[in-house]
Design a protein around this ligand. Sequence first.
Ligand code: G4P
Length: 532
Amino acid sequence: MSAELAQQVRQRRTFAIISHPDAGKTTLTEKLLLFSGAIQIAGSVKARKASRHATSDWMEIEKQRGISVASSVMQMEYRGCTINLLDTPGHQDFSEDTYRVLTAVDAALMVIDAANGVEPQTRRLLQVCRARNTPILTFVNKMDREVKDPLALMDEIEAELGMTVVPFTWPVGMAKFFGGVLDLRKDQMRVFTPGEDRVAGTEEIVDGIANPVLTERFGDVYEQAAGEIELVREAAPAFDEAEFLAGRQTPMFFGSAVNNFGVQEVLDALVDLAPPPGERAALQRVVQPEETKFTGVVFKIQANMDPAHRDRIAFLRVASGKFQRGMNLKVVRSGKTLRPNTVVTFMSQKRELLDEAYAGDIIGIPNHGVLQLGDTLTEGEALQYTGLPFFAPELFRSVEVADPLKTKQLRAGLTQLGEEGAIQVFRPMAGSVLLLGAVGQLQFEVVAHRLEHEYGVKARILAARFNVARWVTCDEADGGEKELKRFIDHNSHRMALDAVDAPTLLLEYAGELRAIQDNWPKIKFHALREHA
Ligand code: G4P
């Protein structure tokens, strides 16, 4: 371990921003970039959101539905820290991709629309964060609107998400009477002024949250806020760092992203509260981020981000050591060596060539299929990171080509889309028709669209009779490979192989599963596969 590496690790924060669509995730992302100085004028993230529609055909689907399909990565510098921000797709049909993105972060920022409270997609994402004990910061957005009562919101978040909420700021009024926030830690009020022009450090501050000036100036709404704070102070526990880091307590901030208000507190909280990259479990051992040897794990693959270049980028989270351009990397799964020269970073919205990266950073490696989801890259050590989840699909379709001469393209396209994790592709052991598995209906539409526009294949997506999938394994102590083979042979009419050749049982009814489990007590049936 070196002091330089330890220092670099300490200075890094890597987090995902999660919310239900329309809560203000894009707006807040943009304002975080603006306040950190990564971008100069507001509007570029939005513009990018819009131009993505223009440049990428398959994103038409996104446009039509007003959802964010693809995740992206941004990096900024703030107060001596390098902050990596990972966007997550908002639509629930893309939750699989989101789950994998969440394995690459050390903290999450949850954006809640104060008028709507906790919405379904927030709930789902939070479940994943909580399963991984990811620390969560909460930003309650849109206080410039007619919104829910803040005490009720706090209760709702606590009850719905099962976390203790610790307010760091408290709103004074709302909508046209929104006066600003009382900062409970700094004992001051930050006064709200509408508008998008204000930059960091220029808002009006009144010292002392009990300052009599506040009553004079804000009247009833201030009195009410002061009363609420009394209640909160009695009821809510003090902030406890260990509880926060374990994902059981969330600090809450109020603001209005579109008005640049409350944004700086969030940035400060990321630096002051969110943890730097920590250790990571591999099958062989636990790896420390400041170890000198480079290791990293692929958590996302995206093909054809730029249709003009037909590129395929593997997003890799650096887990330890220092990445340097031109170094030799071993893909542990295949034993192949990579010497990526055109690795990209995502600073300030532009893809830029990257020279070095440290634990917590996300780098993009263009490749033509050498890298797969879950792959571990090292300087030579045989190390395989765990924890990248694949969920047993709940929806199945078979797929046919309209033009039989395009069968090869169909296979190639589906293989790539499968490797990307856009859909799960199963090859039944009996028969030759490929099966697609998804957790959301929209995934099939995206796949059909992408097959046509990126691979020139018009595919027919047809109903399939299966509704349940389980990966099957057998422990050595229970007979291992031999027993597994016996099971597979016996069930070959309903067995398939997935993208990494893991044997999968496909069933029509959930009820069948119970009977099969009773008959095959030595076989393990998994609804979740963690890439190994
Ligand atoms: P998302 O990425 O979570 O889907 O949300 P996004 O930032 O796109 O915001 C959704 C809508 O909410 C946008 O309005 C945005 O301007 C608005 N918004 C974001 N923050 C605030 C806020 O603090 N106060 C208010 N009142 N509105 C906010 P839109 O009409 O859909 O788009 P636009 O044309 O205004 O950009």
